[in-house]
Design a binder for this molecule. Structure first.
Ligand SMILES: Cc1ncc(COP(=O)(O)O)c(C=O)c1O
Length: 391
């Protein structure tokens, strides 16, 4: 960009509104205890819920694949980048999720953008929860479908929208299963019932549900016993699974359409096969080690209750994502700073990531935090709260 004044103005505005962001270095592996900006801290802002990002079994699987398949995949899946580990991962995902077929995307963002824009166009309408992830919003925009955003979890509003949208070719209801900034869950049973009543398709984003919810870790749809009623199961391998990439699971026809039409699948180099191999191991662990999920649930309950006891508003959280609502962006930044100085690493979340007036700290817990780690976090929240003027 040849106009530095233009760029300075953009940055100046962000600083003025206390919305400026910058990249800060974390050393070593992603785990409960990390070194952040040279300081030893307890990590309460990672989505590595089950502590798998540095699990030796995932690393070993990746090493094995590196030896056998090399590093880069060299091309997109449809050219010559469709390697053994990609195929194996998709077969494993399909068995795990109990669907006909699965397809791997390079990230959750790319999956959402690709799925929605491949399935919908100007003749269709997408009904989307107001707090859905940005990648869903962008997918809808890219599709050029008509979009209606219903107030968060408001089933009356959704039904109203369904009842007046009979003239569209296809109606797609799309929702996060676990809302990424609020930690509450979607009313999937009600959504599925409405979809059946009005003949709409349902797409669920289990980015924060996979590995965390459901007896076998398949997500909220498993927990609520509605898996079969959902047309499009999307999720990421980058959070509880500790790896990278994303998947969509569903019918053979759905996957065929996506292979042929999803531009974020077609026009990009396939993920490195070693990542796919590590993801297979992650899915094995998610399925076979439910004790990790149980520990995560217990840790989340302990931390959430501790924060509530201090008078913090944790919104509707029922999951390992625990927001601490502060409303004011400066206060969120200040409290995060005070906590960091005391060795507790949490991030402030400000608009536009969350709606205006709802700035918060997004605290996330892992199965690998000890009780002492969590007790330390609660005690430091107590002290830091006294140090910051909470308007
Ligand atoms: C609900 C939701 N969907 C999709 C994504 C995107 O996933 P990825 O990080 O794999 O791109 C995220 C988080 O990043 C998310 O929270």
């Amino acid at each position: 960009m040849s106009d530095p004044v233009f760029l300075c103005n953009i940055l100046g505005k962000l600083h003025e509104q206390n919305l400026y962001r910058s990249l800060r270095p974390l050393e070593g592996a992603q785990q409960a205890h990390v070194v952040f900006e040279g300081q030893k801290v307890i990590n309460f802002c990672s989505n590595n819920y089950l502590g798998l990002a540095n699990d030796p079994r995932l690393l070993q699987a990746a090493h094995r694949a590196l030896d056998e398949e090399g590093l880069g995949s060299g091309a997109s899946r449809l050219i010559c980048g469709n390697m053994a580990s990609h195929q194996e991962l998709e077969n494993r995902l399909a068995t795990f999720k109990q669907v006909e077929k699965a397809l791997v995307f390079n990230s959750g963002y790319m999956a959402n953008v690709g799925i929605i824009s491949a399935l919908c166009d100007r003749e269709d309408i997408v009904l989307s929860d107001k707090l859905n992830h940005a990648s869903i919003v962008d997918g809808i925009l890219l599709s050029r479908a008509e979009c209606r955003r219903y107030p968060h979890k408001d089933m009356k509003a959704l039904e109203e929208m369904l009842s007046i949208s009979q003239n569209y070719r296809k109606r797609l209801i799309v929702t996060d299963s676990v809302f990424s900034m609020d930690g509450d869950t979607a009313p999937l049973k009600e959504i599925v019932a409405l979809a059946q009543k009005y003949g709409a398709m349902v797409m669920v984003d289990e980015a924060h549900g996979l590995g965390v919810l459901g007896e076998h870790g398949r997500g909220l749809a498993e927990e609520l016993h509605v898996e079969e009623a959902i047309d499009i199961h999307m999720g990421t391998l980058s959070k509880a699974a500790g790896s990278f990439g994303a998947y969509v699971c569903g019918s053979k026809a759905l996957i065929d359409v996506l292979i042929n039409k999803a531009r974020s699948f077609i026009y990009t180099t396939a993920i490195p096969p070693a990542i796919a191999a590590a993801s297979i191991e992650a899915i094995n662990i998610v399925e076979r080690e439910p004790e990790r999920r149980a520990q995560l649930k217990e840790n989340a309950k302990y931390l959430r209750q501790g924060l509530k006891n201090l008078g913090f508003d944790t919104m509707g959280s029922t999951t390992p994502i625990i927001p601490v609502l502060l409303r004011n962006a400066s206060i969120a930044t200040e409290l995060a700073k005070k906590l960091l100085a005391r060795g507790i690493f949490v991030q402030g979340i400000r608009p536009p990531t969350v709606p205006e007036g709802t700035a918060r700290l997004r605290v996330t817990v892992m199965a690998t935090h000890t009780k002492e780690d969590i007790a330390q976090a609660i005690e430091n929240f107590r002290i830091a709260k006294g140090e910051v003027c909470l308007l």
